[in-house]
Design a protein around this ligand. Structure first.
Ligand code: ASP
Ligand code: MG
Length: 428
């Protein structure tokens, strides 16, 4: 069995879904397809949620209507794709999509209790994937690809860390295997990004979490390979929008890929690599619009060294400098207090730098940062906050790159090993 994952950009239009279908038709064996919400649907559903939580039901329903229109246009577009479609397949799909939108509308209109933001987030935002997969499954069937739509809320059991849930492998293994074994079809269509708690409450796995879904499905089903289809050539050594001379990397080790994802390369979700590495399952990142292109292979051992430096820029960072108010050194027991507070506010730390009296942390900017700072102050720390920062990681740096990026007044913190330098700098 192979796992194919299609992101939101790949299925943002009727042409995208038709292209997905062409790729799937070119495949012979068993296929497990993981699909994200179409285009920017997740962002749009987040706005629906904001209105809903704020009590603006009418506006939430308006926004929902727009989202429905967008999906209906895609379905209408699909009716005109290809020659041998069966209108029945499409219209069955259309009915199911209509039912999902009414379900969601009912939820928004009827609920009176709106207090638990994170669990409402998961209940509402998970519809993006339920809808996209319903369309994809209906279209594939209409194009003569028999397939089974799976409800991943019934296959992936997660913890109840809403919006950032972790998949429980043991409990999910049984359910997912049963689901796949129960059907004779060779092709399965599954939602990325979603699961449910043991009690059946929907959860989401963190933004861009569909890669993680694909990796876990690959792990559980013992897949031969996992392929992430993207709107780029594969993995590049830098983001071409930020560094003009970016080049394609044909092969990477799991370790390189983990480091890349952790440093902020957006091509792969950080939680994707470990499960694949554990079972030695190769991961391909391939261009959706050029399926014959080799893309990038990520595996245990590579034949050709990367050969170029890798530059990763993580934007929207905040630098916190923390000092103990009683002038004691910032030692281990203080670290424990600081990190458990940050964990409580879900602050993600990307770089840690300590001296005798200071602990500097480069963290993702988030809604909760000021609350976390307040809590740190109450716990006896002085905290300074520097905003508008970015974190640049250069793996395999040269003297030239060092001069270019690791020096100058905009650099607040610099950490270097023999091969890698990481710089927290003021946004340029
Ligand atoms: N649709 C979700 C998101 O946009 C998950 C994903 O795309 O991987 O974050
Ligand atoms: Mg997405």
């Amino acid at each position: 069995m192979k796992i194919y994952k299609f992101g939101g950009a790949s299925v943002r239009s009727a042409e995208g879904v038709a292209n997905l279908c062409r790729i799937v038709k070119g495949e012979q064996g068993a296929l497990f397809i993981v699909v994200s919400a179409m285009g920017k649907t997740t962002n749009a559903l987040e706005l629906v949620l904001e209105d809903f939580i704020g009590g603006n039901t009418a506006s939430a329903l308006d926004r929902l209507h727009e989202i429905e229109q967008y999906h209906r246009e895609i379905m209408a577009g699909l009716l005109h794709q290809g020659e041998d479609f069966s209108a029945d397949g499409i219209s069955a799909g259309t009915n199911r999509v209509g039912a999902l939108f009414s379900e969601l509308g009912g939820l928004l209109a009827a609920a009176s209790k709106r207090d638990d933001y994170d669990s409402w987030y998961d209940r509402i935002v998970s519809y993006g994937e339920l809808i996209s997969t319903t369309i994809v499954s209906g279209y594939l069937a209409a194009q003569g690809v028999p397939n089974r739509w799976l409800d991943m809320r019934r296959c992936f059991v997660t913890d109840s860390r809403h919006r950032e849930a972790n998949i429980n492998v043991d409990r999910s293994t049984l359910l997912l295997r049963q689901a796949v074994d129960a059907f004779p079809e060779q092709v399965f269509v599954a939602q990325g990004f979603i699961g449910a708690t043991p009690g059946g409450c929907p959860t989401t796995l963190g933004r861009e979490g569909s890669d993680y879904s694909a990796a876990m499905a690959g792990y559980i089903l013992g897949a031969d390979s996992v392929t992430i289809w993207k709107d780029v050539e594969g993995v590049l050594n830098a983001d071409p929008r930020l560094f003009s001379d970016a080049v394609h990397i044909p092969q990477l080790t799991y370790l390189d890929a983990i480091e890349l994802a952790y440093s902020g390369a957006q091509v792969i979700h950080p939680k994707t690599i470990k499960p694949l590495q554990n079972k030695g399952i190769p991961l391909y990142v391939k261009p959706f619009l050029a399926p014959d292109h080799a893309g990038t292979l990520i595996c245990g051992r590579i034949d050709t060294p990367i050969g170029v430096p890798i530059l990763i820029l993580k934007k929207d960072q905040v630098l916190l400098t923390i000092r103990s108010r009683d002038f004691s050194f910032v030692l281990e027991e203080k670290f424990a207090t600081i990190f458990s507070l940050l964990e409580r506010f879900r602050i993600k730390t990307n770089l840690i730098h300590n001296s005798a009296v200071n602990l500097s942390l480069c963290v993702d900017n988030s809604w909760h940062i000021d609350e976390a700072i307040e809590a740190l102050r109450e716990a006896g720390f002085d905290v300074m906050k520097a905003e508008n920062m970015e974190l640049l990681t250069v793996r395999g740096y040269t003297d030239e790159l060092w001069r270019k990026y690791a020096r100058g007044p905009q650099v607040f913190v610099r950490q270097a090993t023999q091969s890698t330098v990481r710089v927290v700098r003021k946004r340029s």
